[in-house]
Design a protein around this ligand. Structure first.
Ligand SMILES: [Zn+2]
Length: 337
């Protein structure tokens, strides 16, 4: 739910970049409801693009050098996990279903925004006071159907003036600097990835040395079925693609290095898989094989299905010092050689 990470040594990232990252994170974009966040991303990326577009799914696309002979796609997914209103009871308490892989054990006692048609409505997820709990049994993590949201109304009629079944819900947690280069926020998974895609475009544009076609994409629906870059890969058909997501750092107390490897916050990108190159600037400790098992298998990639190869590949767990939790990055190469 809440991600903490260091901004580390982000060469080239400037104050304007970080303001963009903060705005991007603070714009809720649960899967299926990415439009506002996509607008923020595209407004920024457009400054460094020769062409921009969106598609029917909601992917946002910014292209540098559209006539370049080689086409490279750099993509991250814009959507985040959350909830969706499933039911409102007679007393006005709101019940939800999950959007994506929510950890329900963390869902009690949280402030949330319900994104209703008339704007965001603040609520809190309720929990039974410790004094009223049945102490005879061991405490168990709640089920999703046991989570309820209180928006301070007296009954369903009053609630339905503000929110409706089907409205998405996100945690309130916003971008905040903990200390130094370490920040905390919801939705670092994967606003960090879309941020990296936009910054890639900016740095290449500013370098004035890039003559290949670079397609930066902020994709949709990754958390809701791992669609993300797969869908847009069909239409862009890049020669190579780097799909950026966040990874798990293991330098926190519950992690054991023998099981999870040695992945440290602030130590750079992490390479997963059997890749010989590129190394991406990470330290050897952060280039372990920890994420190898999580590489997509079978025909999950449309790029593979379209004749792309995965023998070099791979996946980066590119924390780049930014995140403690999340998923690996995937990269594919295409072509006959
Ligand atoms: Zn992700």
């Amino acid at each position: 739910m809440i991600f903490a990470g260091g901004l580390g040594n982000l060469s080239g990232v400037n104050k304007t970049s970080l303001q963009f990252l903060e705005k991007l994170i603070n714009t809720p974009s649960p899967s299926g409801f990415e439009a506002k966040g996509q607008r923020v991303w595209l407004d920024y990326a457009a400054q460094f693009a020769d062409e921009t577009s969106t598609d029917a799914y909601g992917n946002a696309i910014a292209v540098l050098n559209p006539k370049g002979k080689t086409k490279i796609m750099v993509a991250g997914h814009a959507d985040e996990i959350g909830f969706m209103i499933n039911y409102i009871n007679d007393e006005g308490f709101i019940y939800v279903q999950a959007i994506g892989g929510i950890d329900v054990s963390l869902a009690r006692g949280q402030r949330v925004f319900i994104h209703g048609a008339k704007g965001a409505v603040t609520g809190v997820t309720g929990a039974l006071a410790i004094h009223l709990q049945d102490k005879s049994a061991d405490a168990k993590a709640p089920k999703i159907e046991e989570i309820f949201i209180d928006i301070g109304v007296r009954d369903r009629k009053e609630a339905e003036k503000l929110v409706s079944v089907g409205d998405p819900v996100t945690y309130v947690d916003a971008f905040e600097v903990l200390r130094g280069n370490t920040v905390v926020a919801r939705a670092c998974d994967n606003r960090i990835g879309t941020f990296a895609a936009a910054e890639t475009l900016r740095l290449l544009k500013e370098s004035k040395k890039c003559d290949v076609c670079v397609v930066a994409v902020s994709t949709v629906q990754e958390e809701n079925g791992l669609y993300g870059a797969q869908m847009v890969g069909y239409s862009i058909k890049p020669d190579a693609a780097l799909v950026i997501d966040v990874g798990h750092a293991t330098d926190i107390p519950p992690c054991t290095k023998t099981k999870h490897g040695d992945v440290r916050l602030g130590k750079g990108p992490i390479l997963c898989g059997q890749c010989e190159s590129p190394r991406g600037g990470g330290t050897p400790e952060n280039l372990g094989s920890q994420g190898q098992d999580r590489l997509p298998k079978g025909d999950r990639s449309p790029l593979e299905r379209d004749g792309c190869r995965r023998d070099i590949p791979l996946a980066w767990r590119s924390t780049d010092g930014m995140y403690r939790f999340a998923e690996p990055l995937y990269a594919y190469t295409c072509g006959d050689d």
